[in-house]
Design a protein around this ligand. Structure first.
Ligand SMILES: [Fe+2]
Length: 258
């Protein structure tokens, strides 16, 4: 075991002991706590539990090493090998009447130079808060795709508006959030981005809709205030203009953003 692993583990143990002492936790409460953890393990929700509370903190630490745009949590619903798209993401026939949006902006480097040929993986929820390729057997081509930036670094692609959604809340993690913490399991509506470009550090980010529900009360502490997009419309189409500044790869401390 490295010294770093040892040091961090000892600090975690001591931090938990401090909490137990401060709250004068009883033996019954202690047993109830670890029984809930065992239930979480039994339900296969340990990754969900850890991500809900701590993923955003790792992103914060990573962002200290970035000079360009900040990263956000990736979330669990990215799917590899999404289709290449040009003008629009694939929209299900049943969602055709849903409010529309256009995602556009520019990808540049730290000096403002355009990044041509950057590939932007975008993915977002359906109007009923699900992800294709993950939930309800929705075919994976919907509401996700790879957009490539033009020579001037610009990109533009259309889709429909995503909505706020609940993270899985039927199991012990939801019980912890909703019953024991008297909180909730909702995330504000958002668009996910993962930008890859030659010579640049990958960026995993999210954009949010100014004025949306749960913006200030995100159960995952998504921390996306850098890309809080104002409410602007072209006709009846919400404009989601998001410009990304990429760090060069050479400056990366790690290639894993979230
Ligand atoms: Fe999401």
């Amino acid at each position: 075991m490295s010294n770093r692993t040892k040091d961090i583990t000892l600090d975690i143990v001591e931090a938990v002991r401090d909490v137990l002492r401060r709250h004068e936790v009883t033996f019954d409460e202690y047993r109830a706590g670890f029984q809930h953890l065992a239930k979480t393990q039994g339900a296969g929700e340990i990754p969900l539990l850890i991500d809900v509370f701590f993923n955003s903190t790792i992103v914060e630490i990573e962002n200290e090493k970035r000079r360009g745009s900040h990263a956000c949590i990736q979330g669990p619903y990215f799917v590899q090998n999404a289709p290449n798209v040009a003008e629009t993401l694939a929209i299900r026939d049943q969602d055709a009447g849903h409010p529309k949006m256009v995602m556009r902006g520019k990808v540049t480097g730290l000096n403002g130079q355009p990044v041509a040929g950057a590939v932007i993986d975008v993915w977002h929820a359906t109007p009923d808060g699900k992800y294709s390729g993950i939930h309800d057997n929705i075919p994976p081509q919907y509401y996700r795709g790879k957009i490539t930036t033009a020579a001037d670094g610009s990109y533009e692609c259309r889709s429909i508006l995503p909505v706020p959604y609940q993270i899985p809340n039927a199991g012990p993690t939801g019980e912890l959030l909703e019953t024991y913490m008297q909180w909730h399991s909702w995330r504000p509506a958002h668009i996910h981005y993962w930008i890859h470009a030659d010579g640049m550090r990958d960026l995993i980010s999210q954009a949010y809709f100014e004025g949306d529900q749960y913006i200030d009360d995100d159960c995952c502490n998504g921390g996306g205030s850098e890309f809080m997009v104002p409410e602007v419309y072209e006709g009846d189409v919400r404009v989601m203009e998001v410009n990304f500044t990429l760090d060069p790869r050479a400056e990366a401390g790690s290639e894993k953003a979230a």
